[in-house]
Structures are given as structure tokens and as C-alpha cells.
Ligand binder design. Structure first.
Ligand SMILES: Cc1cc2nc3c(=O)[nH]c(=O)nc-3n(C[C@H](O)[C@H](O)[C@H](O)COP(=O)(O)OP(=O)(O)OC[C@H]3O[C@@H](n4cnc5c(N)ncnc54)[C@H](O)[C@@H]3O)c2cc1C
Length: 486
């Protein structure tokens, strides 16, 4: 856990402080990061009266944790304040996939380069090459869980401020948290970190848009390819960065060659078309020996493979297709959008069975990055996706969630209840929320622009791709100019 800072030294001695109970709803990245940072502060004698519990509805993580997670520069900066130096180094060591180019290379489906901010390479003074640019969700969560009181398999169904007239003197001002098993407990502060479908957010304003974030007409597909990197060198123009292909109409495919880290062997060879063959054999088909060997190798977090992320139009949003049906759909789109045969063949032959997942994309929408602009909840506050849904492009979702967690931890530690120099927590939360809205609005604007550019079709696509081409021409000049001014 991060070593405590010396600013905001406690004003009350820990012994004179009353226990202050914090319930965090949701053991995702935001909830765990907040709990981890608060527990870490205790070793520096800050917030030692805080009793923090994270309630996670799922008894076990879903397979979602097995996907890579892009960590933007902002996410990495936030992690440095949440984790101790040792923990951050452990994260880097477990996530060294050789992605050292912090930008993106954009290509047409026929592999013509439109833009790459690698063009000026190390000449770019502001380019942060720091690691880790990718990790795996479970690797990060395992580190964040350390030292945290996490109760799994308990779903929060309701929260309620206790009114003075309802409760005893002790209960007044507290929040009652009710669980799905009928049990309940009282908290001094409740943090909703329960993701895009937050029940608590919906409960606070059941009749407004806040209850549900809008679904965009796109689906994001993630899967893993087992092809040896050398054989795909011609379709991976950037071997140590993010390769993005934008279709002629409206689709995008991103390929990231995650190199196996030191001490891990490359994936064994896999039967071509294994995923399609398995899906044709029906839901109870047995994987063949080559697939089992690849899956076994993937259990090593340091194993390398090609990570693929596609965004495709889906007017009705996510649908409950089988893996085989999604593969057919993506192959059809890639072919109709003129992707090079080598790319189509890589998806067809090398997709590792059981690794394809599909998600509808939700977005709070620019200008609506918070369900309410004024702090609504008294001693309740929301962080991460529960507050703002940012489409999964460019690694901004986790950056926002981690920054919310770090800022809220600082706000809590600054409050008089935790022995800090500030006033009571409920009077600090409105300005915390204001800052959070400004941050998430910036991310939302950036992601929405990127999404519009990627998914543009017709004349818009022509213009936007022309702009990328022009930017690419301009990049070496910009690099040369920045070199002159340094
Ligand atoms: C396909 C996809 C790919 C993405 N890729 C990236 C990426 O590469 N980089 C990036 O930065 N971002 C990415 N994102 C976005 C990122 O995953 C989110 O922004 C981030 O996980 C938000 O964290 P969170 O803790 O707020 O929410 P979540 O991670 O959703 O966690 C919420 C937790 O709360 C639990 N919960 C929900 N309701 C209750 C309840 N009532 N009681 C108890 N527990 C409850 C849930 O089970 C869950 O564990 C991606 C998103 C998707 C969908």
C-alpha cells in the first residue's frame, strides 16, 4: 500500500477518535482501490479509526478478469498513489508484455498506414513509455485485494439514511445497508462502487435517466489469438504497440501483440479453426489436445498472445449469441469491409476457443457525466462506473475509476471523522463530486470523439481518415519542431 504522505497529519490522536464505519458496495477496481489506499494509510497512523468493509455480490470473479486491461498514463499515475512502491513494482513485473510504445498506429483494412504517433518515437517529449501499459484484470485485482476486508457473495439491495426520529441517538445520521439475505448493518459512510448497473444509484433517483445509462448501437468483442508473432509480422506493423485497423464503413479491430514475459514460453501450436470447429460440434464439444495445451499455457499471467478487440455496429446492442455465431458475424463484417485476407485468416484460424466475449457499450453521454450535478447522497457517494459510464476505448474507464478512488481516499482522510484537518465528511463530498464530474467529462469527450472517428462511415469516414493521414504527414515535422524547442 502507498506510503502515507506527511501533509494532512492527523489533528486528533487516534485514541480520541470514534470508530468510523465505511461500507463499500462492489469489489471491482474502484471499490478495491479505495479500500486498499485507506488501509495503507493506517500504517502511517492516518485513518486508524476507519473500519472498512467491501461487499462484493459475486462469490467468485467471472471470466472477464482474464482479459487484458489497458492502463493509460493517468491510470498508472493514480496507481502509484494507491499502491506502495513494492506493490507497483510487482504489478510491473507481472505485466511486462513488451508494449513500450505508448501510442497507437492506425491503418486501413488493407494495411495502409493512416497515422502513427510512433512516427517521431523518442523525440516526443511528452510520450510516457512507462510500464505497465497492459496488465490482466485479475493481476491488478489480486494486488488491490491485499490487506482489504472483502466479503464476497453478499449483494446490497438497498440503503437508507436513518432519520433522527426513526433511530436511536446512536443511529441518527447513519446509513442502513440491506443485503439480499435479509441481513443489514449501519454505516457512517456508504460508497457506491457497484458498476454501471448500480442499484443504489437507481434507488436514489428511480424515475430519472440516472437509473440506467444509455446503450450505444455498438458491441465490443474481445478475444485472444494463438498465432506465432513472426507469422503475423506483416499484419502487425507495430510489434511493440497498439495496432488499430479502421474499416471502410464502420468497424474497428485492434490487435495488441502481448509478448510472453521472461520465464514464460510462447504458446504451443493450436489446430487451425479450432474455435469454429468446436462451435460447430455444439455446446458440449470437447476441446482437442492442442486447445487444452494452449489454455493451460494461458493460465500463466506472463504468457504472450495476440489480444484482439473489435467494435462493430449492432443497432440493437449486445445479443445473446454463442461464440460461434459471434465469430461468424465478425468474419462476415471483416470480409465485407475489405480487411486484408491475412487478418481475416488470423481471426478464423487462430482464435482460441472460449476466449471470445461480447459486451454492449454504455455511455453516460457528453455533458451528462454524472446522474446528478449536485451531491445527492448526504453520507453516500459514488465512484467509478457507478457514477459515469465511459466507453472502453483508450483505457479511460479504469483511469477514471482509480482517480476517483484515490481522490475519495484523500477526502476521507482529510475529514474530521478520520482525524484530518477538514470538516465533516458530508460537507467535503460536494467538492469531491464536482471535481469527479470535471474529470469524467474530459474522458467522455475524448472517448466520444475517438468512437465517432473510428465508427464513422460514408463521407464522414473519408474526411476523418484524411485528417489522420494529414496528421501522420505532420507528425515528423512536429517531432522535429519539438526537438528544436527543447
Ligand atoms: C469489454 C470491456 C473492456 C474494457 N477494457 C478496458 C481497458 O482495457 N482499460 C480500461 O481502463 N477500462 C476498460 N474498461 C472499462 C473498465 O472495465 C471499467 O471502467 C472499470 O472496471 C470500472 O470499475 P468499477 O469498479 O467502477 O466497476 P466494476 O469493475 O464494474 O465493478 C463493480 C463491482 O460491483 C459489484 N456489484 C454490483 N452490484 C452490486 C451490489 N448490489 N452489491 C455488491 N456488489 C455489487 C460487481 O459484481 C462488480 O464486481 C472495459 C470495459 C469493458 C466492458
Amino acid at each position: 500500500m502507498a506510503s502515507p504522505t506527511t501533509t494532512d497529519a492527523p489533528t486528533s490522536s487516534p485514541a480520541s477518535l470514534k470508530a468510523f464505519k465505511i461500507v463499500i458496495v462492489g469489489g471491482g477496481i474502484a471499490g478495491l482501490a479505495l479500500a486498499h489506499m485507506l488501509e495503507g494509510a493506517k500504517s502511517g497512523k492516518r485513518g486508524s479509526n476507519l473500519l472498512i468493509t467491501v461487499y462484493e455480490q459475486r462469490a467468485e470473479d467471472t471470466s472477464f478478469v482474464k482479459y487484458p486491461l489497458q492502463l493509460s498514463e493517468d491510470a498508472r499515475t493514480a496507481l502509484k498513489s494507491i499502491l506502495s512502491v513494492q506493490e507497483y513494482n510487482n504489478l510491473v513485473a507481472a505485466s511486462d508484455y513488451g508494449i513500450t510504445h505508448g501510442g497507437v498506429s492506425i491503418h486501413t483494412p488493407q494495411l495502409t498506414r493512416l497515422y502513427s504517433d510512433k512516427a517521431t518515437g523518442d523525440d516526443q517529449p511528452n510520450r510516457n513509455h512507462a510500464l505497465p501499459q497492459f496488465t490482466h484484470r485479475w493481476v491488478l485485482k489480486d494486488i488491490l485485494k491485499q490487506g482489504v476486508n472483502l466479503v464476497r457473495g453478499k449483494r446490497v439491495v438497498r440503503t437508507r439514511h436513518e432519520a433522527a426520529s426513526e433511530g436511536t441517538e446512536v443511529h441518527a445520521g447513519k446509513i442502513r445497508v440491506v443485503f439480499d439475505d435479509g441481513s443489514h448493518e449501519l454505516a457512517d459512510l456508504v460508497v457506491g462502487a457497484d458498476g454501471v448497473g448500480s442499484v443504489i444509484r437507481a434507488q436514489l433517483s428511480p424515475s430519472s435517466d440516472a437509473a440506467r445509462f444509455p446503450l450505444l448501437p455498438y458491441v465490443v468483442l474481445q478475444f485472444k489469438l494463438a498465432a506465432p508473432f513472426e507469422s503475423l509480422a506483416h499484419i502487425l506493423p507495430d510489434m511493440n504497440g497498439i495496432n488499430q485497423f479502421v474499416g471502410t464503413k464502420s468497424t474497428s479491430l485492434t490487435l495488441v501483440p502481448l509478448h510472453s514475459a521472461e520465464g514464460s514460453s510462447p504458446l504451443p501450436a493450436m489446430t487451425p479453426r479450432a474455435a469454429l470447429i468446436q462451435s460447430e460440434q455444439g455446446p458440449f464439444a470437447e476441446a482437442d489436445a492442442s486447445v487444452l495445451a494452449v489454455k493451460k499455457a494461458l493460465e500463466d499471467p506472463k504468457a504472450g498472445y495476440i489480444f484482439a478487440k473489435a467494435i462493430i455496429p449492432c443497432p440493437s446492442g449486445w445479443e445473446d449469441f454463442t461464440e460461434g455465431a459471434w465469430i461468424d458475424k465478425i468474419l462476415e463484417i471483416l470480409r465485407s469491409e475489405g480487411y486484408a485476407n491475412e487478418i481475416v485468416t488470423a481471426v478464423e484460424d487462430d482464435l482460441i476457443p472460449g476466449t471470445l466475449g461480447a459486451w454492449g457499450i454504455v455511455s453516460s453521454g457528453v455533458g451528462k457525466s454524472a446522474p446528478w450535478t449536485e451531491h445527492a447522497g448526504g453520507r453516500m457517494v459514488f465512484i467509478g462506473d457507478a457514477m459515469h459510464a465511459i466507453p472502453p476505448i483508450g483505457g479511460h474507464g479504469c483511469a477514471a475509476a482509480l482517480r476517483d478512488a484515490a481522490e475519495l481516499a484523500d477526502t476521507i482522510l482529510y475529514s474530521s471523522e478520520a482525524g484530518g484537518r477538514g470538516t465533516k465528511i458530508e460537507s467535503l463530498l460536494p467538492s469531491f463530486q464536482k471535481e469527479m464530474i470535471i474529470r469524467s467529462e474530459t474522458y467522455l469527450k475524448e472517448v466520444t470523439q475517438q468512437l465517432n472517428a473510428i465508427m464513422a462511415s460514408g463521407i464522414n469516414a473519408y474526411v476523418k481518415r484524411g485528417v489522420w493521414g494529414a496528421m501522420d504527414l505532420y507528425a515528423p515535422i512536429a517531432g522535429w519542431m519539438s526537438g528544436l524547442t527543447r
